[in-house]
Design a protein around this ligand. Structure first.
Ligand code: ATP
Ligand code: MG
Length: 279
């Protein structure tokens, strides 16, 4: 018995074939190649149909739709939307505890000695918390959604450029359970994204120490959270309690649509809205 060639498997997978069928066995090459051609043309037809429908109806990638939906939902709860620089200084990253030689530092795309592409939104949001914190009453609710960059092995769940949604609430009324607060904002985002079956689990973070993560039904990390007062707060001049959550938008897309690969959810030249362009 023989199986699909690597090339055939790859082609079928990029067209969105169900993983289970890829391990089928055949008597000989002729039978296998016939099966491949039939399956490939069905998948191509399916992709063409999806493209047709997308051009007629939605006309923009799901991730952009989701970004807007989440921003609307957060603003409706009083969160103020920030829009901060993609390029940040080494000094700012060091204030996050990301020093030369650390694991995180190696994941950073450095532009020169002093500047890098932001690997996270937290340093800029800390700044916003302090500045707006001087001007606005409590609780102060902020969020930003935008690109982040990390040099890591790309795979099904990691890209070098991805979109983070980071929300923070500072000055939570005394006596409130901060974990309940995290759950409230986590639920708002995950429900708005239409994700079912998620849960909150304890995790170890290299930046924040002990944290709570939100994971989807398959155990994929969707977000990490942190609460303050936190040892990192002092250098930023923050001396209040706060809760914060950072979500990966591409991961939210994957969980919401059942898509198994990040390449189809994020920025791409090979796919539009998860539809393969090489048809
Ligand atoms: P992981 O352990 O999955 O690599 P992380 O814990 O390093 O993620 P965080 O720093 O907690 O990531 O970032 C917050 C969220 O941003 C993650 O929960 C995830 O959804 C998303 N994220 C982080 N790194 C990437 C990446 N390289 N590509 C896509 N999304 C990412
Ligand atoms: Mg994490």
């Amino acid at each position: 018995m023989i199986q699909f060639t690597e090339e055939q498997r790859h082609r079928l997978a990029e067209l969105g074939a169900e993983a289970a069928g890829l391990d089928a066995a055949f008597e000989d090459a002729a039978q296998r190649n016939r099966a491949f051609q039939q399956w490939e043309s069905r998948l191509v037809a399916g992709q063409q149909q999806r493209l047709e429908q997308w051009c007629a109806e939605r006309r923009r990638p799901f991730i952009l739709e989701l970004e807007e939906r989440l921003a609307v939902a957060l603003r409706a709860e009083g969160f103020l939307q920030m829009h901060t620089p993609l390029i940040i200084s080494r000094a700012r990253l060091e204030k996050m505890g990301v020093f030369s030689g650390s694991i995180m530092e190696k994941q950073v795309f450095w532009l020169d000695d002093r500047r890098c592409l932001r690997p996270m939104l937290a340093p800029n949001l800390y700044e916003c918390m302090r500045e707006l914190g001087r001007l606005r009453p409590r609780p102060l609710r902020l969020f930003e959604v935008g690109p982040c960059f990390r040099r890591e092995t790309q795979g099904q769940r990691h890209a070098n450029e991805f979109t983070m949604l980071n929300l923070v609430e500072m000055g939570v009324p005394e006596g409130e359970d901060l974990r309940e607060r995290l759950l409230r904002w986590g639920r708002l985002v995950l429900d708005t994204a239409g994700i079912a079956g998620w849960r909150m689990v304890g995790e170890e973070s290299s930046v924040y120490g002990e944290t709570d993560d939100f994971v989807d039904a398959n155990g994929m990390e969707l977000a990490s959270s942190a609460v303050g007062p936190h040892p990192l707060d002092a250098p930023w001049g923050i001396m209040e309690n706060w809760v914060g959550i950072g979500f990966g938008l591409e991961r939210l897309c994957m969980a919401a649509t059942g898509e198994s690969n990040m390449a189809r959810a994020g920025r791409s030249l090979a796919y539009i809205n998860g539809i393969r362009l090489h048809l």
